[in-house]
Ligand binder design. Structure first.
Ligand SMILES: Cc1ncc(COP(=O)(O)O)c(C=O)c1O
Length: 459
């Protein structure tokens, strides 16, 4: 399997090359040259697999055995998930009124990033050991990526990791997760400014190719193909768990609602769809709505500024993974993708060509959710199910409630729908939830307030 750049002017690389690169040298993102197509038989076989087994099957399609023999690949993935709190690794929770939520947060740092980062770190160490090489990972974080990246490589002898966190802006739990790992290869710095500001010197550093090469630097955010690859498994697992039957012709669709920021999970879902998985994708965003505007109106343009919201990890202005989606939609046309992205970079905004926009809106629908709707969804989900959502997951669940409330009663049970839950609400506790809990006190004056007290004391 070869990987090419979405912008078409960088040499193709194998999985190891894509894993160790981040951006391609022409500024594009790596993507498989060809996507494997899955027939019904394969989908049928995969439908009864556990989540770790699904990850193994999927990764084996994209990482040739000449790079990582299958037995080694299985061992690496088992090791990646060995520290998860749940043996199933990912769990699907069925809630009332046709809502299912996919719990992606049973990893060490309680965030969905543990899934792809733990596998990615194992793949990386495998190649580094084989080649006798060392890398330094540099990560800027608003809280979650830093802690998951640290956990995934702490103690690894061929890797050092440097994390910059925005001083005073992460939740206490996030900060402690990053600052209490006392391994010699972990170096954490609190810096002044917000997470966008701390990204600037990191971007500038990665733009200095000679410096990057001299010090063997790499990044681990979701521009990295390996992270997107592992995240594709969420969509397969969600589908198999929610689909009523695999015996129908054609297969019945499941709607997967993806809380989106940089679009990594969304791109993973679209890749799964292109491989033959019959999912309908909904991109659920907060007030930072560039993905929503792009899908609805073809308006891929920056807003004036990032707006702080309760779903803070999705307060993202540039959803860089949309580039992978544009490339796929354009029929692997790197000229079209390059022109689009270069114009976007020059003018901070571009209108999608008509054909591309109509393909996009056929493949993905979207919703933008306010802070008020986030807190309402958290409250309603608790009231109906005694199930606690984090604000990011509530962005997706809010879409479900909007759809429910808009449907006629007799149709209410119709379409299976699965929202991704990205992290446990506990992790947001000290920072984000204090704000939303205040709303809850105002909004949810529930007569049996004992329930709520018990709920709040979870933190
Ligand atoms: C908790 C949480 N939810 C959702 C997202 C958005 O993910 P993506 O970049 O895949 O769109 C992030 C991204 O950082 C996140 O941390």
């Amino acid at each position: 399997m070869w990987y090419i750049s979405t912008r078409g002017t960088a040499p193709r690389v194998d999985f190891e090359g894509a894993l160790c690169s981040g951006y391609a040298p022409d500024g594009g993102l790596y993507i498989p040259e060809e996507l494997p197509q899955l027939d019904r038989e394969t989908l049928g076989r995969w439908s009864s697999l556990s989540y770790p087994s699904l990850v193994k099957e999927l990764c084996s399609l994209f990482i040739g055995p000449e790079l990582i023999p299958r037995e080694d690949l299985n061992g690496l993935i088992d090791r990646a998930f060995s520290r998860f709190r749940s043996r199933d690794v990912v769990h699907l929770q069925k809630l009332k009124h046709g809502l299912s939520v996919l719990e992606l947060w049973h990893g060490v740092t309680y965030a969905f990033k543990d899934l792809s980062l733990s596998c990615t770190a194992q793949f990386l160490q495998y190649f580094l050991e084989k080649r006798g090489k060392h890398v330094t990972i540099v990560v800027g974080t608003s809280g979650d990526t830093g802690s998951a990246a640290i956990e995934s490589v702490q103690g690894a002898k061929n890797v050092d990791i440097i994390v910059l966190l925005p001083k005073g802006r992460c939740s206490k739990i996030q900060e402690l997760q990053m600052t209490t790992v006392l391994k010699e290869n972990v170096h954490v710095f609190a810096v002044e400014g917000n997470s966008d500001e701390l990204d600037e010197p990191i971007k500038a550093m990665f733009a200095d190719a000679a410096f990057v090469q001299e010090h063997n630097l790499m990044s681990l955010n979701s521009i990295n193909w390996s992270r997107v690859l592992v995240q594709m498994a969420h969509h397969f697992f969600a589908y198999f768990q929610c689909s009523p039957s695999l015996d129908t012709h054609p297969l019945s669709p499941v709607e997967v609602v993806v809380p989106s920021g940089a679009g990594g999970n969304l791109a993973a879902g679209y890749l799964a769809q292109k491989m033959g998985l019959p999912i309908r994708l909904v991109a659920a965003v907060n007030h930072n709505d560039i993905i929503h505007r792009t899908i609805k109106h073809g308006d891929f343009s920056l807003s004036q500024a990032v707006q702080p919201t309760l779903a803070s990890a999705m307060d993202i202005q540039v959803p860089y993974n949309m580039e992978r989606i544009f490339w796929l939609l354009s029929g692997s046309n790197s000229q079209v993708t390059r022109a689009l992205m270069e114009q976007f970079e020059r003018t901070q905004g571009v209108h999608l060509p008509k054909e591309l926009h109509s393909k996009l809106s056929e493949a993905v629908t979207s919703v933008s959710v306010s802070d008020e709707a986030i807190t309402r969804a958290m409250g309603r989900c608790w009231d109906e199910n005694q199930y606690l959502l984090c604000p990011h997951s509530a962005v997706a669940v809010s879409y479900h409630y909007q759809q429910m409330d808009g449907l006629q009663p007799r149709k209410k049970k119709q379409r299976p729908r699965c929202g991704h839950t990205q992290k446990t609400a506990r992790k947001d506790a000290t920072c984000n939830l204090t704000r939303s809990l205040r709303h809850w006190h105002l909004d949810l004056r529930h007569p049996t307030s004992g329930t709520r007290r018990e709920y709040i004391s979870i933190f």
